[in-house]
Design a protein around this ligand. Structure first.
Ligand SMILES: [Zn+2]
Length: 88
């Protein structure tokens, strides 16, 4: 399986999700891919499509966890690393 890896960079007040195109969101989570591409995901898409890397395993993220990781990153705290499984 191929995974695209992202680093959580913060919370954006951009209201459009780059993953599904949904608009009128309250906030989006800013993610940076390994090649430096910045994307913004709504918390629903972040929770649905991304997994948190922890101790070599990948765990689901809740919407609340997605938002709090973004807020922590915005404050300059540890940058969470997430993965998204790519369609083969
Ligand atoms: Zn979305």
């Amino acid at each position: 399986m191929t995974y695209k890896r992202y680093t959580v960079r913060g919370i954006s007040d951009c209201t459009v999700c780059d993953n599904c195109g949904k608009s009128n969101l309250k906030m989006t989570v800013t993610l940076e891919s390994e090649c430096g591409e910045i994307v913004r995901f709504g918390s629903d898409c972040a929770a649905k499509s991304l997994r948190q890397d922890y101790m070599g395993k990948r765990y689901p993220i809740s919407r609340e966890a997605a938002i709090s990781a973004g807020k922590a990153a915005k404050r300059g705290e540890s940058f969470a690393r997430w993965s998204m499984q790519m369609a083969a």
